[in-house]
Write a protein that binds this ligand. Sequence first.
Ligand SMILES: Nc1nc2c(ncn2[C@@H]2O[C@H](COP(=O)(O)OP(=O)(O)OP(=O)(O)O)[C@@H](O)[C@H]2O)c(=O)[nH]1
Length: 495
Amino acid sequence: MVLEALGSRIAGALRSMSAKTVMDEETLDEALKEIARALLEADVNVKQVSLLRRNIKAAVRWSELPPGANKRRIVQKAVFDELCRMLDPGEPPLSPERQRANVVMFVGLQGNGKTTTCVKVAYYYKRRGYRTCLVCADTFRAGAFDQLRQNAAKVRVPFYGSYESTDAVQVARDGVEMFRQQAMEVIVVDTSGRHKQEAALFEEMAQLEAAVQPDHIVFVMDGSMGQAAYDQALAFRQRVRVGSVILTKMDGHARGGGALSAVAATHAPVVFLGTGEHMDELEAFRVESFVGRLLGMGDVQGLVKTITESNLQNPDEEQMQRLSQGVFTLRDMQLMYGNLTRLGPLSQVMSMMPGMAEMIPQGSDRETQARIQRIMVMLDSLTAAELDQTPSIKWDESRKRRIARGSGRSLAEVEEVLAQYRTVSKVWGRMGKNMKNMAHGMPAGGGGPGALGQQMQRLFNPRMMQSMGGAGNLQRMLQQAMASGGGGGASSRRP
Ligand SMILES: Nc1nc2c(ncn2[C@@H]2O[C@H](COP(=O)(O)OP(=O)(O)OP(=O)(O)O)[C@@H](O)[C@H]2O)c(=O)[nH]1
């Protein structure tokens, strides 16, 4: 995720503010200056930054704060609220209704990821049970037709377009009409982009808008746009009824701030973030969780939601008993990794945990998923006795070679997994006493994802973390999950 540098600089400014022995208004000004500098360097528009700074100062009202007030908290809350305000124009975002045709038209400059995003959004709603389809009204760029058609086929979404026609308006009208007849619920219309804002692009957009009467217009923008983002967004907003914004390429190393101010320019809410080239790499955007994660405050609500929706597997009664004694076996490691993959991209999950955003290691989620898959394959090659770690098992060379052969991995990789297991089991052993207490509320042999969600909420409770030997232990476990598992090329099969 981009913008981490911005988040940690803001968090750093707040930390150094509260580390001062005397906290006066000058201290606040210094912190605000540093926050403003960080925002500007992240390409947030100058006007937005000075507005933000003024509003934070007005909200904090330093001189009126009672002596015992937690000033860092108050300033952090004001920064949080202001960033949320900047990103939330209070307009309803794209929210298609069921059992009627919702025509959604996509606009944006060429290369910003518009075509890819159209397919991602169609796929997103398809997975949520909507009857979705795609119309290619991009008759300008050679190849747009094939790109959309191939991607539509990959995600099995009906597609309409024309190889021959150069009349975008006619193609769009025909496609939308055809899909209306078929009682489609989400009709996504991809339009042409241009290299830069030019009259022809805006003219065609206006004609398309008049022809297909979209219920909603989505402006797609590359998240790595710098200061120019504000003006670009404004230009689109002035010509068509932009209702929502999608920021793409948020998985790269872009600074991202330009895109944030573009949102302020359009007065349209961000609905999704594009986080990769694959069709499922689209993240629904929620302002408060995004800003919380940006500021390193985590997003416990989002985390619990993710956990409850992820169909996690619970330990059975016997496993629970053992775990509560601080005994962690390879079978538990198998369960842990299985559940980690069910949670979705790990960097997202980690950034939801308070204080962990800065700990996210470099490397893509795709690589991490592939690493975990490799570990899972190795664990699958273990016998039941090995998974349950009977004391008689000797991890001798021949046993390790058998596992390596069985999983198609190298001996070194098997050894690495075993070494990792030993570290985690030691950490678990130290946590044993506290886990025992936790286990009292744990559902034996199931209990449903809701119950597990509650447990996770307790797990991330700061006091509980402290008593478990500090957040460091958990961080280490998660970081290991993300960073180890050997090299090599297992590929994930995704659309
Ligand atoms: N890393 C990353 N790449 C993306 C993302 N979205 C799109 N891309 C890539 O960006 C490039 C351009 O995407 P397109 O969808 O072809 O761009 P476009 O804006 O539709 O271009 P026109 O159709 O010509 O207007 C492609 O290589 C995409 O795979 C994203 O969220 N992350």
